[in-house]
Write a protein that binds this ligand. Structure first.
Ligand SMILES: NC(=O)c1ccc[n+]([C@@H]2O[C@H](COP(=O)([O-])OP(=O)(O)OC[C@H]3O[C@@H](n4cnc5c(N)ncnc54)[C@H](OP(=O)(O)O)[C@@H]3O)[C@@H](O)[C@H]2O)c1
Length: 262
């Protein structure tokens, strides 16, 4: 990745959904791309971004695993990373006691452990250079206990909080940290989380291109966070003053398996 003069952005989870649209925003705004996902579909996405003029390299790796993150980081070959969009993540529906613990661990290791490991590696280089932008995909899910998606919502609460703390730690370094907090968005997320028979799985959702644009713009402006869409802004404001027990009950109605038969 050494010969281009364009700045480089890493986008994780760029094969579909919000990450795909984030990568497209980067390509359209003059970035070259190093994109990663777990499946070969990442190579098809790369072709789309090349038509926007970007030099694109792909890495197929499970970012829940330290080796996967190491493989992605090694693919920079020492080229400075101007923007890191740490977006890869996935959910897991159904009651916690009914979930397979390997699946639970994979959610935590993708959404939290792998994300943090990558941010620490790339963030150290950015701090040494005195410049860089980090965008973390959190979620409005982090504002409420996620009945029937308990572990996922917990990981997003972690990321929402972590993002603000890291931003403050890095305030004098020239590196900005921004948290993108989408609401329910029309991607493969709910199918992968086995949540298509839930109310939220069947409900109308936000457009991933709109969500990504809001996140990309906030990152470029160096803002601390962005909640996309007025409904989600209202939801997070109300959540801040609502008892956790009520939020948990509200989430049950949205995410209970079978609450919306297909
Ligand atoms: N959709 C929503 O309603 C919503 C709302 C708020 C926040 N978010 C967050 O937005 C982010 C993107 O999700 P999405 O909605 O765009 O869903 P999506 O269409 O399923 O995209 C998820 C992306 O992450 C990648 N990924 C997942 N686990 C991975 C792993 N272990 N290693 C490498 N790549 C991995 C997937 O690649 P592979 O297919 O190759 O695994 C895919 O590219 C996630 O962090 C999610 O939590 C989504």
């Amino acid at each position: 990745m050494a010969s281009s003069t364009r700045p480089l952005a890493i986008v994780t989870g760029a094969s579909s959904g919000i990450g795909y649209e984030l990568a497209k925003c980067c390509a359209n705004h003059g970035f070259d791309l190093l994109i990663a996902a777990d499946e070969p579909a990442i190579n098809e996405a790369a072709q789309d971004f090349r038509t926007c003029g970007a030099v694109v390299e792909t890495v197929e790796a499970d970012l829940a695993m330290p080796d996967g993150v190491n493989k992605l980081y090694a693919a920079t070959k020492g080229r400075p990373v101007e923007a890191l969009l740490a977006n890869a993540g996935h959910g897991l529906g159904h009651a916690f006691l009914d979930q397979n613990f390997d699946d639970v661990r994979h959610v935590i290791n993708t959404n939290i452990t792998g994300t943090l490991y990558l941010i620490q590696k790339v963030g150290r280089d950015m701090r040494a250079r005195g410049q860089g932008r980090i965008l973390i995909t959190g979620s409005v899910a982090g504002f409420m206990p996620g009945t029937f998606q308990a572990v996922y919502n917990g990981t997003k609460a972690f990321l929402n909080s972590f993002s603000w703390a890291l931003r403050n730690e890095m305030q004098d370094t020239g590196v900005t940290v921004t948290c993108l907090m989408p609401g329910a968005t029309e991607t493969e997320f709910f199918e992968r989380a086995n949540m298509l028979d839930t109310k939220v799985g069947q409900a109308e959702k936000d457009d991933p291109a709109d969500v990504a644009k809001a996140g990309f713009d906030a990152m470029m402006e160096g803002e601390g966070d962005v909640v996309t869409g007025w409904r989600n802004k209202l939801q997070t404001t109300v959540a801040n003053v609502t008892p956790a027990s009520m939020l948990a009950e509200q989430h049950r109605k949205k995410a209970e398996p079978g609450s919306c038969k297909q």
